[in-house]
Design a protein around this ligand. Structure first.
Ligand SMILES: Cc1cc2nc3c(=O)[nH]c(=O)nc-3n(C[C@H](O)[C@H](O)[C@H](O)COP(=O)(O)O)c2cc1C
Length: 245
């Protein structure tokens, strides 16, 4: 797919004006050093995923074994479950820690929750345009992306569930995880990052797709704020967490 078409269509989904689009796309040219300097430490990519990771692809069947070791390692009754992508992105340039992951790490630190990263077996392209193209193809195909591992959520009451907006919807790997897990009795507190689309109906999608779960008020933030204005991001996270009490 032609990248210009891809970007134009993304902006339509995002509801961003031509003027805003020009500004946003200029932002993609931010240098690596600028964006890397503002990135959170990349070290905390995941806690739970390290113990839950199993060889091969994830499926509902493989989740039980993956998760038993995770449950042993964890004493928290809450989990931050997140999909996020680093590398080149819209507005923030090239980053070492994805925008939603920045928030996920903050939430895990503040709540003491474990953290599990949803990861596709095949990494997404590092280039923004290529990633947009591939994500759109997946969405059009209704793909259920193969995941590296699934968490065992049985021992968790509260799931802080984070993801970016991709083409106005949840990224396809998030659907794979949703459909493989048992959400009965869980409280889901959703959070997302975006660059214009807001939560784009994704929180109500969770409510309908995660059967048996209660979905609380969510947190929505631009990726640029999460990545480049940590003070503002932290204030919003604090206010949101307080509102959930
Ligand atoms: C494949 C792709 C599709 C996107 N689609 C949208 C969109 O429809 N609306 C929007 O506001 N932002 C969109 N964005 C921007 C992301 O939502 C935003 O950069 C987000 O903060 C990325 O989070 P992450 O770094 O955790 O992956 C898209 C970005 C990518 C890479």
């Amino acid at each position: 797919m032609d990248n210009n078409i891809s970007r134009r269509r993304f902006l339509q989904v995002a509801g961003i004006s031509a003027l805003g689009a020009a500004a946003g796309l200029a932002g993609c040219g931010q240098s690596r050093s600028e964006s890397a300097a503002s990135s959170a430490s990349a070290s905390a990519s995941s806690i739970a995923s390290a113990s839950a990771a199993s060889a091969g692809s994830a499926s509902a069947d493989s989740s039980a074994s993956a998760a038993s070791s995770q449950a042993e390692a964890s004493k928290s009754d809450s989990l931050v479950l997140v999909f996020s992508r680093a590398d080149e992105n819209y507005v923030v340039g090239t980053v070492e820690v994805g925008n939603t992951m920045v928030l996920a790490q903050m939430i895990a630190e503040k709540t003491g929750a474990d953290l599990f990263e949803i990861e596709r077996v095949a990494a997404y392209p590092t280039g923004y345009d290529d990633c947009c193209d591939e994500a759109l193809e997946e969405q059009r195909a209704g793909a259920r992306s193969e995941l590296k591992a699934l968490p065992d959520i049985a021992g968790y009451d509260t799931i802080y569930f984070g993801f970016p907006c991709w083409w106005g919807d949840l990224p396809m790997p998030v659907y794979t995880a949703i459909e493989a897990l048992d959400w009965t009795g869980k409280t889901i507190s959703p959070f997302n990052t975006h660059e214009g689309s807001g939560e784009s109906g994704m929180f109500s999608t969770l409510a309908s797709e995660c059967a048996g779960a209660t979905v609380t008020e969510g947190l929505t933030m631009t990726g640029g704020t999460a990545q480049n204005d940590r003070g503002e991001a932290e204030s919003k996270v604090d206010a949101w967490l307080a509102s959930l009490q």
